[in-house]
Design a protein around this ligand. Structure first.
Ligand code: AP5
Length: 214
């Protein structure tokens, strides 16, 4: 199954992708994670991406598209994948469609996460992420058993630079301007599944599973 997770920052895309990949046995491809790993490794691409990420802006389309095309050609994508945070512009969506069409493939469903803005702000400013395995926590909604330590791997938890209020505000604005038009784009293609993301994690998960079955 080839899926796209579409939604504003903090909508729960990463949280749900983590659960669904285990269930469907397909990889989660998060462009945000790819960039954060490149920043950590200090690669040229990472340094370039960081300039945009820290300000809450999108990394240029040509950089993102090339990275995703390379990733989709890897063997673990043969049976499907979850694209988490890609595409984010109409140009990226067009490039993805052309790339898949060249291989006789297509996206099965686009999950559109809907969450009110005040909830997004609370989620992002309270988010903690594991430095080691990338697991996501929230100081109020999903606290780790031991403060500052990952339940899965005992790694150290940190707050992302772009989860500061100024960058979050910019990211939400960029989402409305550049990414939200993809809702109509995929609606027209008849593959959009809209999910109410302002519910407990398990309920959102069940709504996705039921939506995919129907
Ligand atoms: P990226 O890492 O993709 O960030 P994002 O899309 O802004 O999404 P987030 O990771 O912030 O949120 P999420 O929806 O995954 O929420 P999560 O599950 O963590 O991108 C970062 C940057 O990289 C971009 O700004 C851009 O610069 C660049 N980039 C990436 N892709 C790009 C592209 N395609 N083109 C150009 N540039 C690109 O949940 C958030 C919090 O809420 C967590 O604490 C979680 O525990 C909590 N939570 C989740 N679900 C629930 C729930 N149901 N109830 C209560 N709490 C919940």
């Amino acid at each position: 199954m080839r899926l796209i997770f579409l939604g504003p920052p903090g909508a729960g895309k990463g949280t749900q992708a983590e659960l669904l990949t285990a269930n469907l046995n397909i990889p989660q491809i998060s462009t945000g994670d790819i960039f954060r790993n490149a920043v950590k490794a200090g690669t040229a691409m990472g340094l370039k991406a960081k300039q945009y990420m820290d300000k809450g802006e999108l990394v240029p389309d040509d950089v993102v598209v090339g990275i995703v095309e390379e990733r989709l050609a890897e063997p673990d994508c043969a049976n499907g994948y979850i694209l988490d945070g890609f595409p984010r512009t109409v140009a990226q969506a067009d490039a993805l469609e052309a790339n898949l069409a060249a291989r006789g493939e297509k996206i099965d469903k686009v999950i559109n996460f809907v969450v009110p803005k005040d909830v997004l702000l609370a989620r992002l400013t309270g988010r903690w992420v594991c430095k080691n395995c990338g697991a996501t926590y929230h100081e109020e909604f999903k606290p780790p058993a031991k403060k500052g330590t990952c339940d899965n791997c005992s790694g150290e938890l940190y707050q992302r630079d772009d989860d500061k209020l100024e960058a979050v505000t910019k990211r939400l604005q960029v989402y409305e301007e550049q990414t939200a038009p993809l809702i109509a784009y995929y609606q027209e293609k008849g593959i959009l599944l809209t999910i109410q993301g302002n519910k407990p994690v398990e309920e959102v998960y069940n709504e996705i599973i039921n939506g995919l079955k129907s």
